[in-house]
Design a protein around this ligand. Structure first.
Ligand SMILES: Cc1ncc(COP(=O)(O)O)c(C=O)c1O
Length: 435
């Protein structure tokens, strides 16, 4: 480690880690789909950092919009407004599905989910929320309680009233079919009586394995929720803003949730911004009921200016249909890799949101890593695989036995091929560990 990296290690907490294992790499430059470390090594960004850098790095047009807002004024309190905030609110009402119409702005996905949880409780007058096991919804007490993955364990019991449902995980479901898990949720809602405010789902599950449900799943879940007087909250923090080849994953199946949470791609990660968007009925409810939420940085002018320009760039450069096209190319190529590598159990994905699940044994589907290995601190084949890819010049995120391939929407087919070569090499190493 160089001097900066050592200083960082000493004075700054690494996220989600045993601190003794944190070895931060200093990044000195980033442009397009590449970033460069302090030793001059260049990496292809095959996961858009944390599945958020939709426009890649150093987008000049977006940088100019941020600078323009900074030169007018950087901040005013949320009680005032500015042109970009009003226009962004209107734009979100236009591009989100159905009658989603009014946004509460917050600094990050976690806070957007926390707000969704509270709004659902206030609107319905009910307290319980159903979420799913294979999910991540954020790191504060409420959002980590909604989270199903092992990151929740250390904080439990975080808040009361959160119930967990099974997942749309066709490859590993113990229910025989994913649609059967909806019968289970239906049954849960019946047996809980009229006490459940909402069901929250990632329409396409992100960090818990890129789980794409069958087309009839989400429309049926919405129907079940409404039959029982529960709201459907769509967590589109990772799946939104073109990631799945549509504005939002819900658009894949023309589903209109009651509440939607967005973040990440809303500014292509150039500045931290998130939003909780509600339908007309919920918005109207708060005309005469106190809206008990706020942040110093709610609708921070710099961030909303960045978001407005980001959305304009998605539109002008037609990046969302391009993501669908390039996603098909990527998925096709990943399936070809699957055919050649026995360590690949399954390839899944939609748009530029793909997952490669690694297994020790294709027949038994036995994973390499113990569930929760990251929080328990054991050895991890997945972490070694992403390390091998990085050493070969390709950055990708690995979560719970799945490599996440989610490049910036601006990536070219030639750059996809370059990333796939790095993945190919990493998979060849994993193949040597197959039973
Ligand atoms: C689906 C989902 N929801 C919520 C969050 C939390 O967002 P943030 O990390 O911006 O707080 C994430 C973060 O990855 C996410 O993927």
């Amino acid at each position: 480690m160089n001097e900066i990296e050592q200083m960082d290690q000493q004075y700054v907490f690494g996220t989600w880690s045993f601190q003794k294992n944190v070895h931060p790499k200093q990044i000195v430059a980033a442009e397009g789909v590449y970033f460069t470390d302090a030793e001059g090594r260049r990496y292809l960004d095959f996961s858009s950092q944390l599945m958020c850098s939709q426009l890649g790095h150093k987008n000049e047009r977006l940088n100019r919009a941020i600078q323009a807002q900074a030169s007018k004024f950087a901040y005013i309190a949320p009680g005032f407004t500015c042109e970009a905030r009003a226009k962004l609110g209107k734009k979100l009402a236009e591009i989100t599905p159905g009658d989603l119409c009014k946004t509460f702005f917050s600094p990050g996905g976690t806070e957007a989910i926390e707000a969704a949880l509270m709004i659902a409780r206030w609107f319905t007058g009910k307290q319980k929320i159903i979420s799913r096991y294979r999910s991540y919804h954020g790191s504060t007490c409420g959002s980590i309680a909604l989270t199903g993955d092992p990151r929740r364990w250390a904080t439990e019991p975080a808040i009361p009233g959160i119930l967990k449902a099974p997942d749309p995980y066709e490859y590993r479901t113990v229910f025989g079919s994913v649609m059967k898990t909806l019968d289970y949720i239906d049954e849960m809602l019946t047996l809980e009586g009229d006490t459940v405010a909402a069901v929250i789902v990632e329409p396409v599950v992100g960090s818990n394995g890129i789980l794409v449900p069958p087309p009839e799943y989400l429309p049926e879940l919405l129907r079940i929720c409404h039959k029982h007087g529960a709201l459907l909250i769509a967590d589109e923090v990772m799946s939104g803003f073109g990631r799945c080849g549509e504005w939002f994953a819900c658009d894949l199946w023309e589903v209109v949730p009651d509440i939607m949470a967005v973040a990440k791609g809303i500014t292509a990660a150039y500045l931290p911004l998130a939003g909780t968007i509600v339908n007309e009925e919920i918005a109207a409810h708060f005309n005469d009921n106190f809206f008990n939420l706020g942040h110093t940085y709610s609708g921070h002018p710099m961030t909303v200016a960045a978001a407005l320009e980001t959305i304009q760039i998605y539109e002008d450069e037609q990046l969302i249909p391009a993501a669908k096209r390039k996603g098909n190319y990527l998925l096709d190529k990943l399936r070809q890799l699957q055919a050649r590598h026995p360590c690949v159990g399954e390839v899944r994905g939609v748009g530029l949101f793909c997952g490669v699940e690694l297994v020790k044994d294709r027949k038994t589907k036995e994973p390499f890593d113990e569930y929760g290995v990251k929080v328990k601190g054991g050895p991890s084949v997945l972490a070694q695989a992403t390390g091998k890819a990085l050493a070969g010049g390709v950055y990708m995120v690995g979560m719970i036995n799945t490599l996440i391939i989610a490049p910036p929407l601006i990536i070219s087919e030639a750059q996809i091929d370059e990333g796939l070569r790095g993945l190919d090499q990493a998979l060849s190493w994993v193949d040597t560990l197959v039973d």
